[in-house]
Design a protein around this ligand. Structure first.
Ligand SMILES: NC(=O)c1ccc[n+]([C@@H]2O[C@H](COP(=O)([O-])OP(=O)(O)OC[C@H]3O[C@@H](n4cnc5c(N)ncnc54)[C@H](O)[C@@H]3O)[C@@H](O)[C@H]2O)c1
Length: 675
């Protein structure tokens, strides 16, 4: 996307949003009222980028490039060419409306205008412009360059296409979007602010002091800061303002307690150094759970957001260890209903019907891990575990299987698109699942899962309707294997693909050693599988691993275009491009063991030397099995090759290297012993 984005307001949020946009490679114009405030915003960006360099999450070059993409100005007119403008001025309705009126006259007629308001409705803001169809809410969370969550809110008149474009832009910015209806507090603040107010109420009732309430809350929700410390950091006025506006929408239970007003008027922060009273633990936790459950179930029943997005908002935006619905399922819905009912009686609030139903039978809330949407005859199946990078596990495979069959059997569906939610396509299989099974000496479980997933991929492969893999972000291991089962693979320019398995002690077991060869030939398949090299979308296109690279926003249109060209009947392996001829020849001709030991002839070719070195760090048994599977699989029908992949699973998962490698993820690089 050759986009220019605009951000209005260079304060805490605006500067952070602009920083994120620039860090993801887009140009951004950042506007504030005068040069001094612009400079302050740019200074904040520089500081945060500097911190990222110091923590080594970003290179100095990347930080400098990001900084150079931000243009600061005090002239709103400089947004005349922007494609998307995000407003983040003070939380003042009149001021925001004024900014939107001005943007309406300045910006291109096809520009998208978004507000980052926390407590007003998108409708209030869209009502002042001549193009309400192009207005929506993009509600980011502090710090917007670090917190991945964004709520995407359609106003009453937002054009669905504008909404989809804004959503795709969030993916391109590597955010995790959730969909909220235009309602006070949207999804997350609705339960989060009232949760904070309940803590203040317990203080008001002298049930516990601030230190106790913070300590209990931190432990119960596995979070870094309790409600009082959090208010001290983010501002007591903001908490007061948020609860006041949400309270106006939903009633006094949501509004600020008198004790909060007193604290606000005192101008002091909450004192956090009181003595901790362990005796009230259970009562405090019950109160906080009760309010969270009551409000979360109410907002879902009202259609403000889905259960899945409500939970995702808590995990990603608030960094709770589990969202409200997962907490209810953990505690049992009967107990959750009892807790919420007591609170509902106190405030004379209705009991949400879904909670009443689940609680009466004590059955868990079902949680969807795959979203299905049919539009214009195309079914899009989105794997929706974005905070786990959509990793495949038993539940995901089962749900994807069900959704796929339904779409395949639906006479109104002409083609199917498989996609991932959030920042990635699919980052592989769920490694924790493997580790758990190895530790319990249950390789049978791994075999069952692999077979089930292989069968799903075969179903995709054999589907008479065209199937497109829509890749953005990471597609690793099982992610690439899932894509390879589709007729077409399209990717956004920022996507990356690879087979990291041999570097974590295993081999690709969902067709990676089979279907890859059928797409790109033996030599390059071995190169990818043996080195674990992660390649860009551009390189994947060059070697024929994928079919098309299109700008992120155009992925859906491109997928629809390919669907009209029908399924692919028989695929020939792509010819090796000259750029990769030496790699293909090297890996095609040399025995993997010689490469691993650094004994293959490279003729001083730097790329081959580097590739050989990479192979030297991989798990020896996994490497040998992977190479054999590629070789032998190339001479037999696909189904036989897949059976071979399955047949060697026990051997590889029984190795010490598999446990070492799989447990190493997120830690230092594993050292393999070859056993
Ligand atoms: N702080 C948070 O945690 C948070 C989280 C989500 C959303 N929000 C929302 O984001 C918005 C901004 O919040 P913030 O915390 O960044 O506030 P802030 O006070 O840090 O920054 C607001 C900025 O807007 C500028 N501004 C005011 N009028 C302007 C105008 N006419 N043109 C251009 N700039 C103007 C101000 O000079 C200031 O720099 C608010 O709507 C807030 O509710 C805040």
């Amino acid at each position: 996307m050759s986009h220019t984005l605009g951000v209005v307001g260079a304060g805490n949020m605006g500067s952070g949003i602009a920083q994120k946009i620039a860090a993801e490679g887009f140009d951004v114009v950042l506007v504030d009222v005068d040069d001094e405030r612009v400079a302050r915003g740019l200074g904040a960006i520089e500081r945060t980028l500097g911190e990222a360099v110091a923590r080594r999450v970003m290179s100095a070059d990347a930080a400098a490039a990001a900084r150079a993409r931000v243009h600061g100005t005090s002239r709103l007119e400089e947004l005349a060419d922007a494609d998307v403008v995000i407003e983040a001025v003070f939380e003042d309705r009149g001021l925001k409306q004024d900014v939107f009126r001005r943007l309406d006259t300045i910006c291109r007629h096809d520009a998208i205008l978004a507000t980052n308001t926390s407590s007003f409705l998108v409708a209030d803001i869209a009502s002042v412009v001549k193009r309400p169809a192009r207005v929506l809410g993009l509600h980011y969370f502090y710090h917007p360059a670090k917190n991945h969550l964004v709520e995407v809110i359609a106003g009453p008149g937002t054009d669905p296409d504008v909404y989809r474009r804004a959503w795709a832009l969030q993916e391109a910015l590597r955010k995790i979007p959730i969909a909220s209806r235009d309602a006070y507090g949207f999804i997350v603040n609705r339960y989060f602010v009232v949760w904070m107010m309940e803590a203040v109420r317990m203080l008001e009732e002298r049930l516990a002091n601030e230190a106790t309430l913070d300590a209990v809350t931190k432990a119960a929700f596995a979070i870094g800061m309790g409600p009082f410390e959090l208010m001290n950091v983010t501002g007591i006025p903001i908490a007061f303002h948020a609860s006041t506006t949400i309270g106006r929408g939903y009633g006094p239970m949501y509004g600020p307690p008198e004790r909060l007003r007193q604290q606000l008027e005192s101008g002091e922060l909450w004192p956090l150094d009181g003595e901790i009273d362990g005796g009230v633990h259970d009562r405090v936790v019950e109160r906080l759970m009760a309010i969270t459950f009551l409000v979360a179930a109410a907002l879902v029943d009202e259609g403000v957001g889905s259960r899945e997005d409500t939970d995702l908002g808590a995990r990603v935006g608030l960094r709770w260890s589990a969202g409200p619905f997962e907490l209810m399922n953990q505690q049992g819905t009967a107990r959750s209903l009892a807790l919420a009912s007591a609170l509902a009686t106190k405030w004379n609030m209705p009991i949400p019907p879904s909670l009443a139903r689940a609680g009466q039978s004590n059955s868990p809330f079902p949680m969807a891990l795959v979203r299905s949407e049919v539009r214009n005859g195309i079914a899009t199946l989105t794997i929706d575990r974005p905070d786990a990078m959509n990793a495949l596990n038993e539940a995901v495979v089962a749900q994807l299987d069900e959704a796929f069959r339904k779409a395949a059997d639906d006479a109104h569906v002409t083609g199917i698109v498989i996609a991932g939610a959030g920042r990635s396509f699919v980052a592989g299989a769920d490694v924790r699942f493997f580790v758990r099974h190895i530790e319990h000496a249950d390789v049978d479980g791994i075999e069952r899962f692999t077979e089930r997933a292989q069968n799903l991929l075969l179903e995709i492969d054999n589907c008479p309707k065209p199937v497109v893999a829509r890749i953005h972000g990471l597609a690793l291991g099982g992610g690439v294997e899932l894509a390879l089962a589709c007729d077409y693979i399209i990717a956004a320019p920022g996507a990356s693909l690879g087979f990291p398995e041999t570097g974590i002690g295993i081999y690709p077991g969902l067709g990676g050693t089979q279907r890859t060869t059928r797409r790109i030939g033996l030599g390059l398949t071995k190169w990818l599988v043996e080195t674990g090299q992660v390649i860009s979308a551009g390189e994947a296109l060059a070697i024929g691993l994928i079919d098309r690279v299109v700008p992120h926003e155009e992925l859906d249109v491109a997928a629809a275009g390919l669907i009209t060209s029908g399924p692919v009947r028989a695929r020939q392996a792509a010819p090796v491009p000259p750029s990769h001829a030496s790699l293909a020849a090297f890996f095609g001709a040399n025995d993997v063991e010689r490469i691993r030991l650094g004994q293959a002839e490279t003729n001083g070719d730097d790329r081959l030397v580097a590739a050989m070195k990479a192979v030297g760090t991989k798990a020896p048994i996994a490497l040998r099995l992977a190479a054999t599977l590629v070789d032998e699989g190339a001479t037999v029908p696909l189904a036989d090759g897949l059976r071979m992949e399955l047949a060697h699973l026990r051997e590889v998962f029984a190795t010490k290297d598999a446990l070492t490698g799989l447990s190493s993820i997120g830690r230092s690089r594993p050292v393999f012993e070859g056993r």
